[in-house]
Ligand binder design. Structure first.
Ligand code: HEC
Ligand code: HEC
Ligand code: HEC
Ligand code: HEC
Ligand code: HEC
Length: 625
């Protein structure tokens, strides 16, 4: 079932209206879906900031902009937006499948999903039926704009700064029906009620035909915070540190995001980094024409040379034109969109998506540095994080990065760690490092939802973090990250540490090692979950089919290196050339450790420290190379 055609076509007319829509029905196999598990209401998801009634003029779709701003050619700035996940956030088959699960789990939760993923639908009052379920039939073609131009360009800094913010903002904030957000984030937009387009420049060319305002906010990472710190408002933090369900049909008691369960903390991670504090010269890895990179925009909207509008309107020629690529990492979603909507997508949108596939790849390749060192019988893999946030940030479910090690004797593969089966998309996780977040459900939430205690992908139920070992950014501070709900779980990094080291035991017959760092948008387990838990519509099976047809979220190589290995003395754990008391001490002091990967006494390299390791050390006692 194909969902929808586009709101923007090749010409101005197509962009503005008159498109035939082939809507997806929500009926599935003729049977009525079960009632949602939680009988939540709109009130449970209501937040502060602009509500639809505050808007004097409705949000416009991209068709109202593209005529001048890129002539509907998405290869021209700012039309590059069309190739980004911002423009694809409603077409996204993973999002659609997840929204059905959210609909099943908590009534009206989709109101909040749409608030970030389709501001046009949200502020237009579309997309949710009377039972609080996703309702594609009510969406207009323009709602498929996703995070559209106008949603960002009417954003007002919710924290008024006299002398910096446009003076009108003070009044806009004071007039808000629900009041301004206590803590920005969670799509608590403050929008200009009028259609005044705000942007980063105060020197527009003489030909600009619409109301505009110079807005310093548009050059700040704080703007991205609006949607890139995500919390679940149905949960409140308790004295014991756990997060528990609020009473149903009530707003969050404090509206402070720190009192809610943290789903994504990309903004917070960045705001506590050296990038936010001072900016960093990354030697041209990011930023285009800009050398020192600081804000989200610097890395995700690199500066180029050019103009942002068609010539008749006399735009300013700029060397600091921020490109609307919003380049990131999610190539799998873009590939799935190209596949699933191949019939409907505008030709230049296909080009823009292809351009972003390449830009994302560059981002992933620049995201890390890898160093390999042999230390006796251990191969140490050091991964350095170059990003402005944790390495692997954002959406928690199914995303992962892992290390794969292949040991060779000549051309013969003698051993492998972190084996990934491309045929089945199964990853061997027990013998390598996987960077990821694992979230889950505790006993109280289990009682409320009927889901078992432990790891889970039921996004709106999640109330605990079971694992977070993602590598922090430059400027990392444990206490500050902890306070921002962006700390680590089951792993630790020292203050200031923005790298991680993993040690792998080397088989005696290996003479070289090839190490690869892989990124994957979606684990097979996550896609299977979205397929198997769906009791409502075909979105889960549609997703599965697209996933299989597009190569099962093929892992992307972020870094790869091959090193020759020098012969070593077996049992020489500390790598100093002989087997002696130092090696014995390492075994004894790590006794009982499991899944131990670094300098840890695991002399037989089987993943734990036990009698076998003692025997290796004693067996080679006194020997040296
Ligand atoms: C009739 C042509 C036209 C249309 C339609 C149009 N713009 Fe513009 N816009 C311009 C021109 C010309 C400029 C000045 C560009 C320059 O000199 O850099 C401009 C500038 C801007 C700026 C920069 C403001 C600043 O201070 O940095 C923003 C943001 C903007 N437009 C957003 C939009 C959005 C959003 C839409 C659709 C809702 C839109 N425009 C529709 C012609 C247009
Ligand atoms: C406050 C804003 C916000 C809200 C509310 C929100 N999301 Fe998102 N969502 C995001 C952002 C930002 C990303 C992208 C992060 C990334 O790529 O790492 C995202 C990504 C996703 C993804 C991953 C898509 C992909 O292709 O990788 C899914 C699935 C998703 N959201 C589902 C939902 C559902 C279901 C809801 C409602 C229950 C929801 N979101 C509510 C901001 C939001
Ligand atoms: C996710 C938010 C977001 C969306 C969506 C978005 N913009 Fe922007 N736009 C920005 C930000 C932020 C800047 C300034 C970046 C900077 O200065 O580093 C900007 C800058 C601009 C400018 C100034 C010149 C330029 O080209 O960079 C124009 C014009 C503009 N946007 C128009 C548009 C149009 C038209 C669309 C839709 C096709 C759009 N924007 C979509 C956030 C957004
Ligand atoms: C109105 C909400 C909103 C705002 C404001 C916003 N984003 Fe997003 N952003 C999203 C959503 C939703 C997605 C994910 C869409 C999906 O995956 O389906 C996303 C995805 C992204 C991605 C793609 C991630 C990937 O995995 O490839 C990047 C990069 C990004 N945003 C950067 C930014 C930056 C930089 C800003 C500020 C200039 C910003 N966003 C502002 C909602 C927003
Ligand atoms: C120094 C450059 C830099 C800065 C600053 C930066 N990012 Fe990123 N970001 C990256 C790189 C590189 C990646 C790709 C690697 C990854 O996915 O972690 C990335 C990935 C992302 C993703 C996709 C994560 C995923 O895999 O789903 C999102 C969303 C994102 N950034 C948003 C932001 C936002 C929002 C900000 C500001 C609050 C920001 N970034 C600041 C470099 C940067």
């Amino acid at each position: 079932m194909k969902s929808m055609n586009l709101c923007v076509g090749r010409g101005p007319v197509a962009g503005l209206a008159v498109l035939v829509v082939s809507l997806c029905g929500t009926a599935f196999g003729g049977s009525t879906p079960p009632p949602p598990t939680l009988n939540t209401t709109s009130t449970d998801f209501e937040e502060l900031g602009t509500v639809a009634g505050d808007l004097v003029l409705p949000l416009l779709n991209s068709g109202a902009c593209l005529f001048c701003h890129s002539q509907f050619d998405f290869n021209v700035e700012p039309g590059r937006w069309a190739g980004s996940m911002h423009a694809q956030s409603v077409r996204d088959p993973v999002w659609q499948a997840a929204v059905t699960i959210a609909s099943q789990d908590a009534a009206f939760s989709v109101e909040t999903c749409l608030k970030c993923h389709s501001p046009l639908a949200h502020f237009g009052g579309r997309g949710v039926d009377v039972n609080g379920q996703i309702d594609y039939a009510s969406l207009q073609p323009a709602d498929f704009d996703g995070v559209t131009c106008n949603a960002c360009h009417r954003l007002v800094d919710p924290v008024y700064e006299a002398g910096v913010s446009p003076t009108v903002d003070d009044m806009i904030i004071m007039a808000l029906t629900n009041g301004p957000p206590v803590t920005p984030g969670n799509a608590q937009y403050v929008l200009d009620p009028d259609d005044v387009r705000r942007g980063p420049f105060n020197d527009l060319g003489a030909g600009h035909p619409h109301s505009w305002l110079y807005s310093p906010f548009h050059q700040e990472g704080d703007l991205c915070q609006t949607c890139h710190d995500v919390s679940n408002p149905t949960l409140s933090k308790q004295m014991d540190g756990s997060y528990q369900l609020n009473s149903i049909n009530a707003q969050h008691p404090t509206h402070d995001k720190h009192d809610m369960f943290p789903e994504q903390r990309t903004y917070t991670e960045w705001s506590l980094s050296e990038f936010a504090a001072t900016g960093v010269d990354m030697g041209g890895l990011f930023g285009g024409n800009k050398v020192v990179v600081s804000t989200c925009q610097d890395c995700h909207m690199p500066d180029v040379t050019g103009e942002a509008c068609i010539p008749p309107f006399d735009p300013v020629f700029r060397t600091d034109l921020p490109l609307h690529t919003f380049q990131g990492a999610n190539n799998t979603a873009l590939e799935m969109i190209l596949h699933q909507y191949s019939e409907e997508l505008d030709e230049t949108m296909v080009d823009a998506i292809n351009a972003n596939l390449a830009a994302n790849l560059t981002m992933l390749q620049n995201a890390t540095d890898m160093e390999l060192t042999q230390n006796g019988c251990q191969l140490e893999v050091k991964i350095t994080n170059n990003c402005g946030h944790k390495l692997l940030t954002g959406y928690p479910e199914g995303r992962r990065i892992w290390i794969n090690v292949k040991y060779y004797d000549g051309a013969v593969l003698v051993a492998e760690r972190g084996f990934y089966d491309t045929g089945t998309a199964a990853l061997t996780t027990t013998d390598t490092k996987v960077y990821e977040t694992v979230m889950g459900i505790d006993a109280t939430q289990s009682a409320a939802t009927g889901e078992p205690v432990g790891p889970s992908f039921h996004l709106v139920f999640l109330n605990m973090i079971l694992k977070d070992n993602r590598i922090p950014p430059r400027g990392f501070d444990n206490a500050a990250f902890e306070a921002g709900q962006a700390g680590h779980v089951g792993y630790s990094y020292a203050d200031g540490q923005y790298w991680d080291e993993t040690g792998y035991g080397i088989p005696v017959d290996a003479d070289s090692a090839e190490v690869t760092l892989y990124y994957q948008s979606f684990s097979r387990e996550y896609i299977e979950f979205l397929r198997d838990e769906n009791q409502t519509d075909s979105k889960g099976t549609d997703l599965w089919n697209t996933y299989v047809a597009t190569g099962m979220s093929a892992p992307i190589v972020m870094d790869q290196m091959t090193v020759p290995l020098t012969p070593f003395q077996e049992g020489d754990i500390d790598g100093d050339g002989d087997v002696d008391f130092d090696d014995l001490n390492i075994v004894l002091s790590n006794w009982g450790a499991t899944q131990s990967l670094l300098r840890d006494g695991d002399a037989d390299k089987d993943g734990d420290v036990d009698f076998d390791d003692l025997n290796v050390v004693l067996g080679f006692w006194g020997q040296s190379l």
